[in-house]
Design a protein around this ligand. Structure first.
Ligand code: ADP
Ligand code: MG
Length: 306
């Protein structure tokens, strides 16, 4: 099956000389929730704005639902709905009017419009006929999602939809994203909240400085982490961590717990425990903590920053 989005050697150099994308390639498979992660300034919005037709690329190709964004711009555009990072808004229309106007721009016939249905799904039906300037920030964000959906695109792209949004609204947004996904929509999102990406995304690409530094299924990405953490409770109080353990980092929590970070390509948990026993300490309890996306993210993005 053809990917939902195919990006090949994508380049963007802005007119001031800033090289925001340095040959980015990846596919977004159909039917997934795909996370595009990266620190501020990595190039995420540039990439999304190229797909949206708001920024001109300076090299490479992109296909959306099989349609080349240059050769077949019209069809490519119809295949995606984009929720931009910035809230730009026409304050003089009501949410209902805003959706109807947007549907008009996409030439959706009146009989096929679903403005009220979309407002209901986004819990905005009470505000359907209120002026947009009376909406809260969260409501405006939901309305932007609604605008991206009027032409019923198979792909929805959300650029940092939850930046600066409170926890309750964030959860509402994600539950709506999950509903769309369950109904067959391919979802691409950028987010700073790594824990959310970890829970929500089937697949994750990490970009840093305009380059892809990771691209894998979320569970594989998590499994690939080399850093592991062993938490050991010992049988007596310690003033300081024992010297000479082969771990990369030894920290203490209270007087009896050691938190040991180690690289599993160098050492096993068994070897580490043996080394603790060899110092004369008895081990009372052991637990491990798997690396999370945040560890991996920091590792991949700091490495390249050096
Ligand atoms: P992200 O969304 O990942 O935070 P952006 O795509 O917004 O990153 O920005 C990538 C880089 O390109 C940044 O260094 C940013 O300052 C730069 N940039 C973004 N837009 C422009 C522009 N219009 N002109 C010049 N540089 C830009
Ligand atoms: Mg951005």
């Amino acid at each position: 099956m053809q990917p939902a989005i195919e990006i090949r050697d994508l380049e963007k150099t802005y007119s001031d000389g800033k090289r925001a994308l340095k040959g980015v390639s990846f596919d977004v498979p159909r039917g997934q929730i795909f996370g595009l992660l990266g620190p501020n300034g990595a190039g995420k919005s540039t990439l999304i704005n190229i797909l949206a037709g708001l920024v001109n690329k300076t090299g490479g190709t992109a296909r959306i639902w099989g349609f080349d964004i240059d050769a077949d711009r019209r069809n490519a555009k119809r295949a995606i709905g984009i929720v931009p990072q910035e809230i730009l808004f026409d304050a003089f229309f009501t949410p209902f009017e805003a959706l109807e106007i947007q549907a008009g721009l996409y030439a959706v016939p009146k009989a096929e419009r679903r403005s009220m249905e979309i407002l209901r799904a986004l819990r905005l039906e009470d505000k359907a006929h209120a002026y947009a300037r009376t909406l809260s920030g969260g409501m405006k964000r939901r309305l932007l999602i609604g605008k991206a959906l009027v032409h019923n695109p198979p792909i929805l792209i959300l650029d940092e939809p939850t930046a600066g949004v409170d926890i309750e609204l964030r959860q509402q947004l994600w539950s709506y994203v999950r509903q769309l996904h369950a109904a067959g929509t391919t979802v691409v999102l950028t987010t700073h909240y790594l824990e959310e990406a970890e829970q929500l995304c089937d697949r994750i690409a990490i970009i840093n400085n305009g380059e892809v530094v990771a691209n894998d299924e979320t569970h594989a990405l998590l499994a690939s982490a080399q850093e592991k953490c062993l938490i050991v409770t010992v049988d007596r109080d310690l003033d300081s961590p024992p010297a000479g353990l082969p771990a990369e980092k030894v920290e203490m929590k209270g007087t009896r717990q050691l938190i040991l970070t180690y690289n599993r390509s160098v050492l096993t948990a068994g070897e580490l425990l043996q080394a603790i026993s060899a110092t004369g300490l008895g081990v009372v309890d052991v637990s491990t903590r798997e690396a999370d996306l945040e560890d991996i993210f920091l590792h991949l993005t700091q490495q390249r920053a050096a």
